[in-house]
Design a protein around this ligand. Structure first.
Ligand SMILES: [Zn+2]
Ligand SMILES: [Zn+2]
Length: 319
């Protein structure tokens, strides 16, 4: 099962500025002093091995959108943040308008950052495409209609040419959707949000964003431990640093990297991916937070090792 991240930023898109690009170029040139970089191959090797990701790349620019079981259709997408625009462009390049596809969408919730990409999802404008939007909120359809109503957007939702269906899911039962096993879990967040556990071919992946974890003592009785249990991959809302999460941003509906590690270790998750990055954190801050999280995982480890990564737009993980 392949996972592809199209949008990883929380709350709203956060593009890299000219100042941000310049700082990276400067850091790269400083790091290059004294290296023999005379061939394109030597330059590529230097970029890939000697530069930290915060210098050679960038974390999330687009808001939440993650592809599950990536490959040929039918397609499975979690959330419709601005990352879905690029996914749609890839689909148009691959299939054109002549080969209709089926897209299954799983919505964590309908906060704006999770739906704002949909009006720019080109396959929605193509007749023959089928888009099934799954979710647990009663206001699911209304949220999509409203975002494309006057005066907010020029093309009304009912003018989209694709066949678009809204499907209500319930928690605490298993679904089989086009070969993918799906289970849903209610999460603590303003207006409620839902996490998804997907399984196929003996592999499992949990998508759990916009979720604040609250417990007196973390133990096996906390329902998310069972939900995460033995997952090959957990995509986790680690929007805030621990200091922020327990002080000023407590009750803001998001979690921290520290809670992420504690839960992943208890549930014996194989790979934890930090997701939904705080927009005010720059690439250097996010990379530092990743280093601290990996270190905390080592210190707090009790036999079971959890691999820790942080998501960026374009990241692909094969399970
Ligand atoms: Zn969000
Ligand atoms: Zn939210």
């Amino acid at each position: 099962m392949k996972i592809k991240f199209w949008g990883t930023r929380g709350s709203l898109p956060a593009p890299l500025s000219a100042t941000g690009v310049r700082a990276k170029v400067r850091d790269a040139l400083l790091a290059a002093r004294g290296h023999k970089l005379e061939t394109p191959e030597a330059i590529d090797a230097f970029i890939d091995t000697a530069l930290p990701f915060a210098v050679r790349g960038t974390f999330g620019g687009n808001s939440s959108c993650v592809q599950v079981a990536a490959g040929d259709g039918p397609y499975f997408i979690c959330d419709l943040g601005t990352g879905v625009r690029e996914f749609g462009a890839r689909m148009m390049a691959k299939h054109g308008a002549g080969k209709p596809q089926v897209y299954h969408v799983f919505m964590s919730h309908v906060h704006w950052d999770h739906i704002m990409g949909f009006p720019f999802f080109t396959p929605a404008y193509i007749p023959g495409n089928i888009i099934r939007i799954h979710g647990c909120h009663k206001v699911l359809e209304e949220a999509f209609l409203r975002q494309q109503a006057d005066p907010s957007f020029p093309v009304h939702f009912d003018k989209l040419a694709a066949q678009i269906e809204f499907i209500t899911l319930e928690t605490d039962r298993d679904y089989e959707i086009d070969g993918l096993r799906v289970r849903v879990m209610a999460q603590h967040h303003a207006g409620e949000s839902y996490g998804y556990r997907f399984e196929r071919d003996g592999r499992s992946m949990v998508y759990s964003t916009d979720s604040e974890h609250k417990f007196d003592v973390l133990d096996e009785s906390y329902p998310f431990i069972g939900f995460f249990r033995d997952a090959d991959l957990v995509v986790f809302d680690a929007m805030y640093s621990y200091a922020d999460a327990i002080s000023v941003k407590e009750d803001w509906g998001h979690s921290s990297n520290i809670v992420a590690v504690e839960m992943a270790q208890m549930a014996r998750v194989k790979h934890l991916v930090l997701f939904h990055h705080e927009p005010i954190y720059d690439d250097y801050t996010i990379e530092t937070m990743l280093g601290e999280t990996i270190r905390f995982e080592e210190i707090n480890r009790d036999g079971h090792q959890v691999r820790v990564s942080t998501a960026y737009d374009g990241l692909e993980i094969e399970l």
